[in-house]
Design a protein around this ligand. Structure first.
Ligand code: NAP
Length: 339
């Protein structure tokens, strides 16, 4: 078959300070499409994922994932269709999940790809509810948060990809009360009316501490932190004795240019005997099959609901990424490319 000659791909051209500036920090460039060699596949991407952790990779600071290289295509989760294969077990027309996102076409070792099937689940879900964010929610709540039936759970970023799943899993597993916070009244309504949270609040409408106290008069046993800052301080204030805090993300700080204030009430950790533990999804892939089995069944039965915000076109990927950081998404933020 004749292959396209050029692929458009997003490069990081300057590391952002504070909020990324799409004109200054990113460039959409063309590069030749490369024929696969032995063991490789050439893939045409169909869905690109934009995720909060990518902001960390745009900085040069040492972290758990390598910084993006300047003037090279950025990396990220993607699902694409195999156009040409020189690898055993991969054929033209197969769909694969891989890490060469932020571009239209990618040629890479098939070892780093996982086959996925539209017949089992919509392709987009392998990047969201059945993918990395879904496993983060599952492992973070059940393993790191040590959730048990009867616990009262608070989750921030609750209308996002991870947060919306945390709250619903907690409900399905017998939480006594599930509380969510989100950044708009529409999202708050969705949490209660569609996802079955017991209550939710708009963190932009008043101090988190006061709103959480009102939402959880009997306190909380598990806090799933996606936000950090005043959310974390408020959660510590509302924690019950022997409560657990699973620290998944601190998105309120990702674009900060100055050190951010720590919670001022850390001394409560002692009297309340709290456990605070960071979580990295990469540590929990041993739960993958259990996660897919249990969450897949809830999705099929309609007990677990999910939303996606889909932006069309490779040229809009940087805007989709920034939009996600600003809260323009409900559920997983994705970019769809023409099939
Ligand atoms: P997401 O929640 O779908 O999207 C990000 C959301 O963050 C936005 O929609 C926005 O919603 C909210 N947000 C942005 N700025 C905020 C602020 N200043 N205060 C409060 N909320 C703010 O993203 P996601 O992929 O599910 O990730 C959620 C969190 O999990 C992030 O912190 C991410 O870094 C973390 N994460 C961690 C791991 C891990 O392995 N540790 C893996 C995946 C994700 P609003 O409209 O509600 O503001």
């Amino acid at each position: 078959m004749s292959l396209p000659s050029a692929s458009r791909e997003w490069h990081l051209i300057e590391r952002p300070e504070g909020w990324p500036d799409p004109e200054k920090n990113f460039a959409l460039r063309e590069s030749p499409v490369v024929e696969p060699e032995a063991g490789q596949v050439l893939v045409k991407n169909v869905y690109l994922s934009v995720d909060p952790y990518m902001r960390g990779r745009m900085s040069s600071a040492k972290s758990y994932v390598e910084p993006f290289k300047l003037d090279r295509p950025m990396l990220g989760g993607a699902v694409g269709r195999v156009l040409s294969s020189q690898a055993d077990g991969f054929a033209e027309g197969d769909y694969v999940l891989h890490h060469f996102g932020w571009r239209e076409y990618a040629t890479f070792d098939a070892q780093s790809a996982v086959k996925v099937s539209e017949a089992i689940a919509p392709l987009s879900t392998y990047l969201g509810v059945l993918g990395m964010p879904g496993l983060t929610a599952y492992a973070g709540l059940l393993r790191v948060g040590a959730f048990k039936e009867g616990d009262a759970v608070f989750v921030s970023g609750a209308a996002g990809a991870v947060g919306s799943q945390v709250g619903q899993i907690a409900k399905l597993k017998g939480a006594s009360r599930v509380i969510g916070s989100a950044g708009s009244d529409e999202k708050v309504k969705l949490l209660v009316e569609e996802y079955g949270f017991d209550t939710a609040f708009n963190y932009k409408k008043g101090p988190v501490k006061d709103q959480l106290k009102e939402a959880a008069p009997d306190g909380i046993d598990v806090y799933f932190d996606n936000v950090g800052g005043d959310h974390l301080e408020a959660a510590i204030a509302s924690m019950n004795v022997h409560g657990r805090i699973a620290v998944c993300g601190m998105i309120s700080q990702y674009n900060a240019t100055e050190p951010t204030p720590a919670p001022r009430n850390l001394a409560q950790i002692i009297a309340k005997r709290l456990r605070i533990e960071g979580l990295l999804v990469g540590d929990h892939y041993d739960l993958q099959s259990e996660f897919v089995r249990e969450v897949g069944a809830w999705i099929r039965s309609g007990e677990l609901k999910y939303r996606e915000t889909v932006v069309e076109g490779i040229e809009n990927t940087a805007d989709a990424f920034l939009g996600m950081l600003r809260g323009e998404n409900t559920g997983k933020m994705l970019v769809k490319l023409p099939a």
